[in-house]
Design a protein. Structure first.
Ligand SMILES: Cc1cc2nc3c(=O)[nH]c(=O)nc-3n(C[C@H](O)[C@H](O)[C@H](O)COP(=O)(O)O)c2cc1C
Length: 376
């Protein structure tokens, strides 16, 4: 019987399914619900020291539908990090750890470009008992105006410095969460690992405009008649997330063996999770999927992942982690391999045409068959 239990950066998880930072981890009640339903770990909604600077608007979501409106495949949000007071969060972290001492509770943190602020947020969260940190260097909207989130995560030199501050204070594992809104995701990833972070998480949402209402001519989600580009998530982003996870995992394997990776983006099934793990993820995070299907969905995802493992005789996640990375190469190499195979098939076909036995001679083709035997 295969097992989903896994240990990542010393954290013991019952399964690799982690609640991704966002609405599904927005307060103590919902985090407790996630542990009750059996999630492997929970990453709380991103917190900052001064929540009074965080002002959300409504509506802040817009959806892309498929299947005649029956299915949501894309989701845009212009939601900021948590607007709940930091002191309340600290109390809630303590209570959650009291209620679920075995539950892996990860604080998602974000601050401005100030060493003191980053050190303070790390120390206060770890004093409250959190098990690990995820640094949000990746929120694509709103906070870049304060040089936070993606604005920090898009500049490897700044990222390396900030990760260094975090590592100077953290006594718990730290994952740096990457923005996909860059040309080469390996560059910020490498900077974070160089600064000593234990792992990476990817991807956050993709900067997007969901669409324009053709009656009002206003882009959506429309707030007071206007909008601002937001972050795209849900099933539609999975192919992009898998590509970036593959690129990061390949870099980790060659330059930072042993560092961890949490894959994120459009995970809704155990089979999605299997794909992320095959491309080098240790864990997978689910955010929009929980908003669509609820917390109990984790059980179905665990069953589906176990079925995949049984089919292939994999006993543990490490039996197949990164296994499909070996099947990537350059386009030039694909051309070379295909040309070689076609040439050898053509040669084999030609070979088959040659008469080998006396009973295959025919009067009409006698001359050609004689010639073939001269060539072979
Ligand atoms: C409504 C919403 C709010 C989010 N808020 C946060 C956040 O506070 N911090 C963070 O790091 N990521 C946040 N995210 C990004 C998710 O954690 C995740 O990286 C992204 O949505 C892709 O995964 P998914 O397709 O499973 O949702 C948010 C996503 C959504 C949809």
């Amino acid at each position: 019987m295969p097992t989903l239990a896994t240990t990542v950066d010393g954290l013991k998880l019952p399964n690799p399914f982690v609640i991704g930072s966002g609405p599904p981890g927005t307060n103590m009640n919902v985090i407790n619900k996630a542990f009750k339903e059996g999630w492997g770990a929970v990453i709380a909604k991103t917190v900052s020291l001064d929540a009074s600077k965080v002002v959300n608007v409504t509506p802040r979501y817009a959806k892309l539908y498929a299947n005649d409106g029956k299915e949501v495949i894309g989701w845009e949000n212009i939601e900021l990090i948590s607007d709940r007071k930091f002191s309340i969060w600290i109390e809630e972290f303590k209570k959650i750890k009291d209620a679920y001492p075995e539950g892996i509770l990860i604080a998602s943190i974000m601050e401005e470009f100030s060493k003191d602020a980053w050190v303070e947020i790390v120390e206060r969260c770890q004093d409250a008992g959190v098990d690990a940190f995820e640094c949000n260097f990746s929120c694509p909207h709103g906070l870049p105006e304060r040089k936070m989130g993606a604005a920090m995560g898009q500049v490897p030199e700044i990222l390396e410095e900030v990760c260094g501050w975090v590592m100077s204070a953290a006594k718990k594992p730290v994952w740096a969460k990457m923005t996909p809104n860059v040309t080469r995701i390996q560059d910020p990833s490498r900077a974070s690992l160089r600064a000593g972070c234990q792992g990476l998480a990817a991807i956050n949402t993709i900067r997007s405009v969901m669409g324009v209402n053709l009656d009002t001519l206003r882009p959506e989600p429309t707030v007071e008649g206007y909008t601002t580009p937001g972050g795209y998530s849900c099933r539609a982003v999975k192919p992009i997330a898998l590509r970036m996870v593959m690129e990061i995992a390949t870099m980790i394997r060659s330059e930072f063996p042993g560092r961890s990776l949490s894959g994120i983006g459009g995970v809704e099934t155990g089979r999605d999770a299997a794909e992320f793990i095959l491309l080098g993820s240790d864990t997978v995070q689910v955010c929009t999927g929980v908003m669509k299907f609820g917390y109990a969905h984790v059980r179905q995802m665990c069953d589906e992942l176990l079925q995949f493992m049984e089919k292939h005789n994999f006993e543990t996640l490490s039996d197949f982690k990164g296994k499909s990375l070996d099947y990537f190469t350059t386009h030039a190499e694909l051309v070379r391999m295909q040309t070689k195979r076609k040439a050898s098939q053509a040669a084999a076909a030609e070979e088959k045409k040659v008469v080998k036995a006396d009973d295959q001679w025919s009067g009409d083709e006698f001359v050609k068959q004689s010639n073939d035997l001269a060539r072979n």
